[in-house]
Design a protein around this ligand. Structure first.
Ligand SMILES: [Zn+2]
Ligand SMILES: [Zn+2]
Length: 256
């Protein structure tokens, strides 16, 4: 009987979400041993506020020293690079909704390891236009699975997004920030009053999206907010220098 129930929960012949190899059926993370070892887990020393990798003695990254963060702490189990980028793209743009479950398991491990205490789970919302195009909100899918694992209430209709700010990759950080102001709105204050919120998104990049959600949630008198994302963009100084050099070369072509 027990075996039958297990068979229903974890059907025979499931595949690794990275390499597509067959894996044992009771593998909750849907990853083969090899891929699990090679995923870029965030094991390095990170900023105690935003989870970005740092070196040296300090506790905070440069961004957190310069920018006010409205969340108590942001955590992520994985770096946004390599296979993780592919997985999140599949979940976000490729209709691979089945990925929400194994990714939520990885996030659940991190929430437990960080001993985060919270009352309710809220996903970062997407606007109606985007929802119609994509058919689903990937952050809500992750939040739903995580809520089941943590046995905490999911509040999916408290925070809404009134403006689309997803497609703004060409904008500078300042422009992105300005665009995000008032993109979010709390439509039901009661369920979050004096509550500690776990805010869920797929990736934390600059932290601007999370910050703006937090401003609205704090305005609505919640107690505090933790941010949990599947992945965090790492600080890669050499990549940034390389980018700057390339940009300088391009500029040289234009001016001379
Ligand atoms: Zn694999
Ligand atoms: Zn930081």
């Amino acid at each position: 009987m027990f075996k039958k129930i297990l068979d229903m929960i974890y059907p025979e012949g499931i595949k690794c979400i990275v390499c597509n190899d067959d894996i044992v059926k009771n593998n909750t993370h849907m990853l083969c041993d090899n891929c699990l070892i090679h995923l870029p887990f965030t094991k390095e020393k990170v900023c105690v506020k935003c989870g970005r990798n740092i070196t040296g003695k300090g506790e905070y990254c440069l961004d957190c020293k310069r920018t006010k963060r409205y969340f108590t702490k942001a955590i992520a189990p994985l770096w946004y690079k390599g296979e993780v980028v592919k997985l999140i793209h599949k979940l976000k743009y490729g209709n691979a909704r089945y990925l929400a479950k194994p990714l939520a398991f990885i996030l659940y491990d991190k929430v437990k390891a960080e001993k985060i205490n919270f009352d309710v789970i809220i996903p970062v919302p997407i606007c109606d236009k985007r929802l119609k195009e994509r058919g689903y909100n990937q952050s809500l899918l992750i939040a739903m699975e995580l809520a089941k694992l943590c046995k905490k209430p999911l509040l999916e209709e408290v925070l809404i997004r009134t403006k689309d700010t997803d497609t703004q990759t060409n904008l500078t950080k300042k422009e992105r920030n300005e665009n995000l102001v008032d993109a979010f709105k709390v439509v039901d204050k009661k369920p979050i009053k004096d509550k500690t919120i776990l805010l869920i998104d797929d990736v934390l990049t600059t932290g601007a999206t999370a910050n703006n959600c937090c401003i609205k949630l704090l305005d609505a008198k919640c107690k505090e907010i933790y941010v949990a994302t599947i992945a965090r963009t790492p600080y890669e100084p050499f990549k940034d220098v390389y980018k700057a050099l390339n940009m300088a070369k391009e500029l040289e072509k234009l001016t001379f």
